[in-house]
Design a protein around this ligand. Structure first.
Ligand code: C2E
Ligand code: MG
Ligand code: MG
Ligand code: MG
Length: 285
């Protein structure tokens, strides 16, 4: 029950924000239940392309809510970040992705590098390394098949700490990508002290690049920076051939976007990979 003070505070909310608050409490309760049931949450995988080949995939969480339908992670991850739920979700995603890597391996599918998103809280969680190590062992995962994605903003909030965590993750053999790169206005001098492997250029700079001189300049700069720092560079959210062509000309060779594939269930990706594997390679000489 609310105290009088809380009640008077609550009265200041407009009815719209009160609805939003009630709604977010309901969502939080539902998410907690979803984590227990384990059937509303699933993982989808979006292929990552090098040349014309799928070389990996990003694991993206999906929540099929019993009455609201599909709830976007953009809506529920920030909500989960405000409570202990993000720890549970973080473990669920890492474990689900590792279990999937093991399943694909048992199915004889060649190794893919699977990228898992870490929330800011998860990245700074002191138990991350232990949990990561335990999970790799549990499913006998070759660490090189796992990549962790950290957003630029969560890495920059405490650069020295971030560097330490990244080194320890790399010591386990797991690689690190900086996600949504370019949106955080980081200082380059900080960035180059951090031992990550890959830059993922945010979709914001990639979309409509062919007709936007500013975005062209930004992507060219980010790609040159990545090469300079000997980092891999990937363009997110590529939707058209003209975007891909322009980015290839600029020196980007890793792609992820609807032009190639949308995120898909694990079984669908397996089918795709098996097909690719048995077809004679059209580029073989
Ligand atoms: P992100 O990590 O930057 O993931 C890329 C997002 O871009 C995905 O949205 C993907 O579906 C979308 N995308 C990929 N290609 C295209 C394209 O060509 N066009 C357009 N319009 N969109 C494209 P999604 O799956 O809705 O995820 C949104 C964000 O939610 C992710 O952004 C990530 O920040 C977060 N997220 C998703 N899954 C997880 C998770 O398991 N854990 C955590 N902590 N965050 C997650
Ligand atoms: Mg990501
Ligand atoms: Mg991203
Ligand atoms: Mg993003």
């Amino acid at each position: 029950d609310m105290t009088a003070r809380e009640q008077s505070r609550f009265a200041f909310f407009s009815s719209a924000s009160r609805d939003a608050l009630v709604e977010s409490h309901a969502l939080e309760r539902d998410l907690r239940r979803a984590l227990d049931n384990d059937d509303e949450l699933t993982m989808h995988y979006q292929p990552i392309i090098e040349g014309e080949t799928i070389i990996g995939a990003e694991a993206l969480i999906r929540w099929q809510h019993p009455s609201h339908g599909m709830v976007s992670p953009e809506a529920f991850i920030p909500l989960a970040e405000e409570s202990d739920l993000i720890e549970l979700i973080g473990r669920w995603t890492l474990r689900t992705a590792c279990r999937q890597i093991a399943i694909w391996r048992e199915q004889g599918i060649r190794d893919q590098k699977i990228a898992v998103n870490l929330s800011a809280r998860q990245f700074n969680d002191p138990t991350l390394l232990t949990y990561l190590d335990e999970t790799l062992r549990e499913f006998a995962i070759r660490p090189g098949t796992l990549e962790l994605e950290v957003t630029e903003t969560s890495a920059m909030s405490d650069a020295a700490h971030a560097s330490t965590i990244m080194s320890k993750v790399r010591d386990l053999g797991v690689s690190i990508a900086i996600d949504d790169f370019g949106t955080g206005y980081s200082s380059m001098s900080y960035l180059r002290t951090m031992p990550f492997n890959k830059l993922k250029i945010d979709r914001e700079f990639v979309q409509d690049i062919a007709s936007n001189a500013d975005r062209q300049a930004i992507c060219r700069t980010l790609i040159a920076l990545a090469h300079e720092l000997k980092l891999e560079v990937l363009a997110e959210g590529t939707e058209t051939l003209s975007e891909v062509t322009m980015l290839r000309e600029q020196g980007c060779n890793l792609f992820q976007g609807f032009y190639f594939h949308k995120p898909m269930p694990a079984e669908e990706l397996a089918t795709l990979l098996k097909r690719e594997f048995v077809l004679p390679c059209s580029h073989a000489t």
